[in-house]
Structures are given as C-alpha cells and as structure tokens.
Ligand binder design. Structure first.
Ligand SMILES: *Cc1c(COP(=O)(O)O)cnc(C)c1O
Length: 389
C-alpha cells in the first residue's frame, strides 16, 4: 500500500517535501499508527500543531458540533466561536484586539502590514523599514519570506521585498546602529525554531524592547512556534518579561485545523481599518471552536505540567550517551548526537517507532503537550538505541 501511495504522490503532488516513506492513518494522544499497523510515539505534534495530541475528545466534540451547525460564513457577519476565542486570547494576555488568519505566514503578513501602516502614517511614508534577525524563520509567502533572515530560503525567489534589514541575534550594538528614523518595527522569534531551536538571551530580548520604546518602534514577537503553551507559558514573551506591540500565533492554537492570527497591543489596536486587510477563511467557526478548547485547557496547572515535563524530557535526554548541545525552552528542544548526522538519526528513529524533527543540523522535539512521562521514557529508549548504533 505504501509503495502505491508513494508512486501516486510522486506523480501528482508537487515535490516540495522530502517525505519519509510512511503512511500515517490514525492517532490518539501521543501515539499514531501507520498503514502497516505499527505504533509510533510522536515527538513532533505535526510540527507544533497538535498541542493536545491526536483526536482529543473535547476538541473533536467542539469541532464536530460546530461543523454540524455552521461550518463557515464570511467575515461580513458575526460568529460566536470567533468572538469567544478572541475574548479568551485578549483576557489572558492583556492585548487589545485580534485578527484571525489561517497560518503562521499569514499572521506575519498581517503584522508586517500593520507595522508599515503605523510607521507610514507617522512619517509621510518614510518610516517603514523592518529589522528581523539573521537565521530567523517567519514563513514562505513573499513578505514573511523576506522577513526570514536565511538567504538560502530566498534564493531563486527574488526580488524579495524592499525595506528589510537583518541583525545577528544577540548583537545589541549592531541593532542600535541599524535602527533609525525609518525603522517601524523589530520582529523576532524568542526561540528560533526552524533556525535550530536557538533561544535568545533575556538580555538581548529586553534590549530590543528598550530600543523599541526609546525610538517609538514596534516590537513584533513571532510566537507561531513558541506560543500556546509550547514553552511552558501561554506565550514565551511572558518568560522574557516583554510587552510586545504585536504578537503572531498559529501552529498550536489550531490543534490540527488551520488557524492563526495577530494580537494587537495598545499602540496597534486601531491601525487596521475596514478594507485594509482580510482573509476569507480567517476566523473560521470550526477552527475557532477547536481553538477555544485549546485555550480552555491551557490552565496554570496544565502549563506547570508542561514546564515540569519539559524539564524531565531535558534531563532524561541529557543522560543519553552522545546527546549534546541541548537548547530550547519547555517542550521545544533541540540537540545533537555527537558524531551523527541529525537527518540520519531522525530516519533511524522512525524505523524504531519514534517520530522526531530536524531543525537545521539539530534534532528537534515538539511533543504534544499532553504526552505522558511514560511515553517520553519509551520514546527516548528508542532514541537511545539509535544513538548507540
Ligand atoms: C512555522 C512558522 C511560521 C510559518 O507558519 P505556517 O503556518 O507554516 O505559514 C512562521 N513563523 C514561525 C516562527 C514558525 O515556526
């Protein structure tokens, strides 16, 4: 069966992914099953999406009942799930407003547009440059691809957008020198996910905020991967003591459905006006009904568990011979195995029955937040076997 699927995929799916030769058919919690009946332990959450694992009962109930009553209506009308979710997000963060999109890249496009309009209106159209970090990842559409500070991802897709500058992470002096009257925003991930699970220092993050405040520049935090409990707090910026002007989120809020958005702070809440921006699918009632379940589950108790399990995972990981360079926060971790290529490790681990991710030359773990300690142990046992080979 897999061979046949593989051939069909090759013949009619654009070859933008280098897939593993495995057909996944179902899942529950942190376990899923392939077409041959093998059980796999999931340390990926579908790249940070399935926060509550596969097939969470409450989430299924919410999205199915919403699909059965109203699956979609345009944003020209009000819908209750969208408003409920926006209330939960603003109440928890103190941010003022939300715009709903369908993905991380879309969320970042909206943040970029907001920042540019904010700056342009202040300056007769001069203050519209945005600084992002070298090695960042903000998405694949032209605006967020331009924001992404990795030349290899932009290669062959030029010309990229004008008005972006890239600063090395950690270099406050350079950042200070790069900001001028034409800078409208600084945009960053607090843990560079795709870039290799590299967390910023608190000093650098706070330094960025200070520069922003001094020069009336907006601080945009891309929490598409770090957000919605992943690092042990609802958003990672809480742990860094920051108060951003714009926060983008996606992956974890969807719980499996396409959902993302932007949170606007005091300064940016009313920048976008009717006609400025939109998304036909944005804030879809089914996706938002699921998002409400995810938000309700992110209690302080739950997040405490995420922090403790993250610590547990990190400790167990560090006891595996060969594991080195562990980085990240909460349940978002990166590491290497000495003398081994990370891609080879991930492939071999899949054969052993554990799903892992890579991030640049690192191995990356983004387990569902509901994974149990037993499942962590089992997954790491399999990894240990691969490391010892
Ligand atoms: C995944 C990711 C994106 C892009 O999200 P998509 O939903 O794939 O468009 C943007 N920013 C960060 C930090 C991400 O990890």
């Amino acid at each position: 069966m897999t061979d046949c699927i593989y051939e069909k995929d090759c013949s009619c799916i654009a070859h933008t992914y280098d897939r593993y030769n495995k057909l996944i058919v179902s899942g529950k919690g942190a376990l899923c099953t392939d077409s041959e009946g093998n059980s796999l332990i999931d340390f990926t959450s579908g790249i940070g999406v399935n926060s509550l694992g596969f097939s969470d009962d409450e989430w299924i109930a919410a999205v199915s009942s919403q699909a059965a009553s109203l699956q979609h209506i345009s944003n020209l009308y009000y819908t209750a799930p969208q408003i409920r979710l926006a209330e939960k997000l603003t109440a928890r963060t103190g941010m003022k407003k939300v715009f709903f999109a369908n993905s991380g890249t879309e969320a970042n496009e909206c943040a970029v547009k907001t920042a540019r309009k904010f700056g342009n209106l202040q300056s007769e159209g001069r203050k519209n440059r945005i600084i992002t970090l070298v090695n960042s990842f903000h998405g694949r559409t032209m605006g967020s691809l331009t924001a992404t500070g990795q030349a290899n991802l932009q290669q062959n897709f030029g010309p990229v957008l004008p008005g972006f500058d890239y600063c090395p992470a950690g270099d406050l002096k350079q950042l200070e020198a790069m900001t001028d009257d034409n800078t409208c925003a600084i945009m960053l991930e607090l843990v560079q996910g795709e870039g290799g699970v590299i967390h910023l220092s608190r000093e650098f993050a706070q330094g960025c905020q200070k520069i922003c405040r001094q020069k009336d520049i907006l601080l945009i935090i891309d929490e598409v991967q770090t957000g919605i409990g992943r690092t042990g707090t609802l958003f990672a910026y809480e742990q860094y003591g920051l108060q951003p002007d714009l926060v983008t989120f996606a992956k974890g809020i969807g719980g499996g459905l396409p959902l993302g958005g932007v949170l606007f702070g005091e300064k940016t809440a009313d920048v976008l006006q009717p006609g400025d921006h939109g998304a036909t699918f944005g804030g879809n009632p089914v996706a938002c009904a699921g998002g409400c379940v995810i938000m309700d589950r992110m209690t302080e108790e739950f997040l405490q568990e995420v922090r403790e399990k993250g610590q547990y995972l990190r400790e167990r990981l560090s006891s595996i011979p060969g594991v080195c360079d562990i980085t990240g926060l909460g349940m978002m971790l990166g590491f290497r195995i000495a003398g081994k290529d990370s891609k080879d490790v991930v492939k071999a681990a899949l054969d052993e029955g554990v799903m892992l991710l890579t991030a640049k030359d690192k191995i990356r773990l983004l387990p569902p937040l509901v994974i149990t300690r037993k499942q962590i142990d089992k997954g790491l046992e399999k990894l240990m076997k691969v490391a010892a080979k």
